[in-house]
Design a protein around this ligand. Structure first.
Ligand code: HEM
Length: 373
């Protein structure tokens, strides 16, 4: 029930509507919205067919950011230029690198949260997860930040996300101006980190990996746009699921995978049709929009949160598929694991207070306070 309320609070109309569309077939044409894909196998085919379905065309999610960040920031690129940038970035988020980032920046924040839990006090996991996500992005751009600056960094992301709804097809001139101003808080420090070329910073490492200054700043902005709210919203949802289903002592890696499936933190992906083709029998023309309803694609009737059971094979669709598969996936899971491990050391936990976030793009809690049971 908690998860349904998370979705309803974020999208009181769009969520029930998309679920209804999900019952109408694997591929459904919805006037004013686009061609909606509700089936995982079809979604995988669309995401892999980058000749016909693009992230850079009109109506795609990537195109939203082009007026703000320029045409070459990974999430709004396609084809050989995108592949080349992904190739250069391949060595960035290695398991060792992400562990180091998390160990460095999260340790003091988690130690403080653990002290509170150990003392029997409540900790708001929303606040903690946001501060941690802010700290990671500060580390990425090379900002040596205190807890307040980490929170401010996260708030910048929220300010930008607040300008976008599921139905947004284009940012207004005012939204572009706001987003540029806010993103200056990322690209400014990132530019300094690039100039300094310190391989101890992620941006410095991007320089070592052969990225130009523009590419590195664009990638840092892309990480910020895509990698803060997604991960911060997921951590409290994971712990809430573990508390609600009495699963606090099992294998954490399996629980994380299961919770990613259940929550599917990014509920939709968008593509623009670039060539006439068919999706599951439905004819599409260039310029049309494809809405991959990832949340619908990953539903498995009758199966609830059950980490001990074999997971349905959906190819980790919650992180995308094909050439745009989430590049931050190793960082996201390392971050989630670090926060959850620290919090669950004090299990059994109980949820003391829970409020759902309203008016947000990425569904999540507004407050999730936990304390030792
Ligand atoms: C639980 C957390 C996360 C989830 C569920 C998630 C989900 C996704 C999904 C579904 C996509 C594909 C979008 C599409 O094809 O349209 C994606 C792409 C991306 N993600 Fe994540 N993500 C998460 C965390 C992160 C983090 C921490 C970072 C930061 C490094 C990040 C950076 C990116 C980037 C840059 C892309 C675009 C890649 C490209 O277009 O080549 N993500 N993510």
């Amino acid at each position: 029930m908690g998860e349904t309320l998370v979705h309803l609070a974020a999208h009181p109309l769009a969520f029930p509507f998309l679920r209804l569309v999900g019952r109408c077939g694997p591929v459904v044409r919805v006037p004013g919205i686009g061609v909606v894909v509700n089936d995982a196998a079809v979604a995988h085919r669309v995401l892999r067919d980058t000749d016909a379905f693009r992230k850079s065309g009109r109506g795609s999610s990537g195109a939203l950011w082009t007026p703000v960040l320029g045409p070459s920031v990974l999430l709004n690129m396609d084809g050989p230029a995108h592949a080349e940038l992904r190739r250069k970035l391949a060595g960035l988020f290695t398991p060792t690198a992400v562990r180091a980032i998390c160990a460095d920046v999260l340790a003091p924040l988690l130690a403080r949260a653990e002290e509170r839990l150990a003392a029997g006090a409540a900790v708001d996991l929303v606040e903690l997860a946001r501060t941690c996500a802010g700290a990671v992005i500060c580390a990425i751009v090379g900002l040596d930040a205190d807890e307040r600056e980490c929170r401010r960094m996260f708030a910048r992301g929220e300010e930008i996300a607040a300008t976008v709804r599921l139905s947004t097809k284009q940012l207004s001139a005012r939204q572009v101006k706001t987003a540029r101003r806010v993103l200056g808080g990322i690209t400014g420090p990132a530019a300094r980190a690039y100039e300094a070329g310190d391989p101890g910073t992620v941006v410095g490492r991007m320089r070592e990996l052969g990225l130009s200054r523009e590419e590195a700043l664009g990638a840092a902005a892309a990480f910020f746009l895509t990698g803060t709210e997604t991960v911060a919203s997921f951590v409290p949802r994971l712990v809430a699921l573990l508390c609600d289903h009495d699963h606090q002592h099992g294998d954490l890696d399996r629980a994380v995978e299961e919770a990613l499936w259940v929550t599917t933190p990014s509920p939709v992906m968008l593509r623009a049709v670039a060539a006439p083709t068919r999706i599951g029998g439905v004819r599409v023309r260039p310029g049309q929009r494809v809405v991959i309803a990832t949340y619908n694609c990953t539903r498995v009737p009758g199966r609830g949160f059950a980490p001990e059971r074999a997971q349905p094979d959906l190819g980790r669709l919650w992180f995308g598929a094909g050439p745009h598969f989430c590049i931050g996936y190793p960082l996201a899971t390392a971050q989630v694991r670090a926060v959850a491990t620290a919090v669950l050391r004090h299990a059994p936990l109980r949820v003391v207070r829970r409020r759902y976030a309203t008016g947000v793009l990425i569904p999540g809690y507004r407050t999730l306070e936990v304390a030792r049971a």
